[in-house]
Write a protein that binds this ligand. Structure first.
Ligand code: MN
Length: 253
């Protein structure tokens, strides 16, 4: 069952995190959350197949192709987790402060580059690449942009759970040599630093069931980006339908 592990680990009467459900359709959004739990790490999440495919990245993503960032795959999260920012109370799973560090949309890339460059691929290719353990994608975020790959590590280290992947920036116009993630301690939603979110009594800890809908996109620029993406996908679907209409119907025998 999708999200079973996510739900099993949490008590929703105590944590402000969303309970969530599997969505029937996926837009291609991504989020990176900075999470000051037992150890500070970044959670990298791609919206796919109605959930957020999730990895915990101890050092955070990098725009330097020379950095291969260890990324531990964790349980799928509900799509409504996408804009969760606040404090998970002591004694709960993942207790600590969560910042929405980056948000945006992503595109699957075709597994085979054309003349050394990656080109947009299909949803089916993305699902297959993820299953194979080598997913290539392009990010359109506020902090992260350009082409990336997330690759499952084959050799198991002693004591590893077999959930280890590497998050790698590909060479393109968006690469930054010597990228230093610590320079960017600012929420893309609220512009707050991690310590500001931690010290903010108005953040989510004290409202375990927020009255406002969680599905709403807080950042207007993001809502626009997603609306554009939805429109493009709708147009593509319509074009596909129309071409089927024009094609001569098969005779039934
Ligand atoms: Mn985390």
């Amino acid at each position: 069952m999708p999200l079973e592990e996510y739900k099993r680990k949490r008590r929703f009467d105590e944590t402000p995190e969303p309970a969530g459900k599997v969505e029937t359709k996926s837009t291609h959004r991504f989020v990176v959350q900075k999470h000051d739990a037992t150890r500070l790490h970044y959670d990298f999440r791609l919206e796919m197949e109605g959930v957020l495919k999730s990895w915990a990245v101890p050092k955070g993503p990098s725009l330097d192709p020379a950095d291969k960032r260890l990324a531990m795959q964790v349980e799928d999260h509900p799509v409504s987790y996408f804009d969760f920012e606040g404090n998970i109370p002591e004694g709960n799973y993942g207790a600590g402060t969560v910042m929405v560090w980056d948000l945006g949309t992503w595109q699957p890339l075709s597994p085979v580059p054309v003349e050394g460059k990656y080109v947009p691929g299909t949803e089916a290719e993305a699902v297959a690449m993820l299953a194979k353990g080598d997913l290539k994608f392009r990010l359109h975020g506020k902090k992260l942009n350009g082409d990336f790959a997330i690759v499952k590590m084959k050799g198991r280290r002693p004591g590893s759970k077999g959930n280890e992947w590497l998050l790698i920036k590909k060479h393109d116009d968006f690469e930054v040599e010597g990228y230093d993630i610590d320079q960017y301690d600012e929420s893309v939603l609220t512009k707050r630093s991690l310590s500001e979110i931690a010290g903010d009594s108005g953040s989510k800890e004290w409202t375990s069931r927020p009255a406002t809908g969680r599905g709403k996109l807080k950042a207007a620029w993001l809502a626009n980006a997603v609306a554009k993406l939805d429109k493009k996908r709708a147009e593509e679907k319509k074009a596909e339908k129309d071409s089927k209409k024009l094609a001569p119907k098969k005779k039934r025998t």
